[in-house]
Ligand binder design. Structure first.
Ligand code: ADP
Ligand code: MG
Length: 366
C-alpha cells in the first residue's frame, strides 16, 4: 500500500481554495451546541492552511437528515461557532441535505469541488464511509489528510503493526452485532480480550448460562460460540450487578436468576479487569462496561476508565460513549489517545484501511 499524502504534500497553498472535510457532527440540544470539541479539534488543520495563505471552506454532515434539508440539522449554529474560532473560514450547509452525499453522486462531487484547488480530509469519524465528500474530491484534486486524521491513522495502524505486548482489547457497549467483525479481527491482533457491557450476555448465552432479562442478541450466539472456541483468551465478567425480578438493585454471579436484568459488571469483575489493564503494555478500549448513564451502574465503567488512566500501558479509547464516559469521569487527558471515531476506529483496526484513506492514496499528488 502506498503512503497517504500529508499536508506538506499539497505544495504551496498560498492563494489556493482548499476544501476541508471536517467532522462537525457535534452534539446538539434544541438548536444549541452542547460540546464544541469537534470544532476546536479541527482548528489545527484549518490554521495550518490559513497561516500559509490558503482560503478554507469546510464541509461536514450533522445528524442523519435523509437526503433533504431539515432545519433542525442546519449547520447554522456550527457556522456561528466556527466564525468565532476561525474568522474568515467558510462552511457549507449540511452535506447530508443532498442525497448525492451518501449516494456518492459524481454530479454532487462536481458541485462540491467547483472553484476548489485542493482537498483535505480531517473527518476520521466518517472515513469508513464511501460518501461523495470523502472519496470524490481526491479523484481529481491534490489531496492530503489533515492533522487529526493523521494522528488517528498513526495510532490505530500502530496498534495493528507493532503493539507492545501484552496487548489487550477491552470491549463493551450495547450492540454485539455492530462489533463482532471487529472482535473477530481483534482476536488475531491481541493477546487477550476483555468483554463487558451488554455484550457479555450474548457470550454468557453462548456458554449456556441463564441471563435473565438482560439485553442480548440471539442471532449472534453461534458467532460468540465460535469466538469462545477459537483458542484465544477471552475474559468475561465473574459477577454482574443489575436489578432483580422485583426491580431491586442486586449483585449476581454469572448465572442470572429468572427475571433479573444485568446492567453493569460486578465489583469482582471490575477488580479483575483492572489487574489485566495494569499488567498490559497496550490497551484498546471500546464500549462502556455497563449502563453508566445511570449512576447505580457506572461503577464498572468508572473503574475501567480509572485503570486506563493509571496503567503504564499505551492506552487508546475509541467510541462515542466510551469517550463520553471518560470525559464524565474527568480522565480524558490521562489516556494516550481518544479516537474521534467509534465505527471508524474499529474498522481501521479490523481491516487496516478505510475507503477515505484509500481515496487519498489515489490522489493525483500522492
Ligand atoms: P460506544 O459508543 O462507546 O462504541 P456503544 O454505542 O456500543 O458504545 O454502547 C453504549 C451504550 O451501551 C451505553 O449507552 C450503555 O448505556 C449501554 N450499555 C452498556 N452495558 C449495558 C447493559 N448491560 N445493559 C444495557 N445497556 C448497556
Ligand atoms: Mg455508541
Amino acid at each position: 500500500m502506498g503512503a497517504i499524502p500529508v499536508l506538506d504534500q499539497l505544495g504551496d497553498v498560498r492563494g489556493k481554495r482548499v476544501l476541508v472535510r471536517t467532522d462537525f457532527n457535534v452534539p446538539m440540544d434544541d438548536g444549541r451546541i452542547t460540546d464544541d470539541f469537534r470544532i476546536r479539534a479541527a482548528l489545527a488543520t484549518i490554521n495550518w492552511l490559513t497561516e500559509r495563505g490558503a482560503s478554507v471552506v469546510c464541509a461536514s454532515h450533522l445528524g442523519r437528515p435523509k437526503g433533504r434539508p431539515e432545519p433542525k440539522f442546519s449547520m447554522e449554529p456550527v457556522r456561528r461557532r466556527l466564525a468565532e474560532l476561525a474568522p474568515g473560514v467558510d462552511l457549507m450547509e449540511n452535506l447530508r441535505f443532498h442525497p448525492g452525499e451518501e449516494g456518492n453522486d459524481p454530479a454532487f462531487v462536481a458541485n462540491l469541488i467547483d472553484g476548489v484547488d485542493a482537498y483535505v480530509d480531517d473527518a476520521f469519524g466518517a472515513a469508513h464511509r464511501a460518501h461523495a465528500s470523502i472519496v470524490g474530491p481526491p479523484k481529481t484534486l491534490p489531496s492530503a489528510m489533515g492533522l487529526l486524521l493523521q494522528k488517528e491513522v498513526e495510532v490505530l495502524l500502530g496498534l495493528r503493526e507493532q503493539p507492545k505486548r501484552p496487548f489487550v482489547a477491552v470491549l463493551g457497549g450495547a450492540k454485539v452485532s455492530d462489533k463482532l467483525g471487529a472482535v473477530e479481527a481483534l482476536l488475531g491482533l491481541v493477546d487477550s480480550l476483555v468483554i463487558g457491557g451488554a455484550m457479555c450476555f450474548t457470550f454468557f448465552a453462548a456458554q449456556g448460562k441463564p441471563i435473565g432479562e438482560s439485553l442480548w442478541e440471539p442471532d449472534q450466539v453461534a458467532t460468540c460460540k465460535r469466538l469462545l472456541d477459537a483458542g484465544k483468551t477471552i475474559h468475561l465478567p465473574e459477577d454482574i450487578t443489575g436489578l432483580d425480578a422485583r426491580g431491586q438493585y442486586a449483585t449476581f454471579g454469572t448465572r442470572l436468576p429468572e427475571g433479573a436484568k444485568g446492567f453493569d459488571i460486578g465489583p469482582g469483575s471490575a477488580a479483575a479487569f483492572t489487574d489485566i489493564i495494569m499488567e498490559s503494555r497496550t490497551v484498546f478500549w471500546n464500549g462502556p462496561m455497563g449502563m453508566f448513564e445511570d449512576d447505580r451502574f457506572a461503577n464498572g465503567t468508572r473503574t475501567v476508565a480509572q485503570a486506563m488512566a493509571d496503567t503504564k500501558a499505551f492506552t487508546v479509547v475509541g467510541g462515542g460513549e466510551s469517550a463520553a464516559a471518560l470525559a464524565q469521569f474527568g480522565l480524558e487527558d490521562q489516556v494516550d489517545h481518544v479516537s474521534t471515531g467509534g465505527g471508524a476506529s474499529l474498522e481501521l483496526l479490523e481491516l487496516g484501511d478505510l475507503p477515505g484513506l484509500a481515496a487519498l492514496r489515489g490522489a493525483p499528488n500522492a
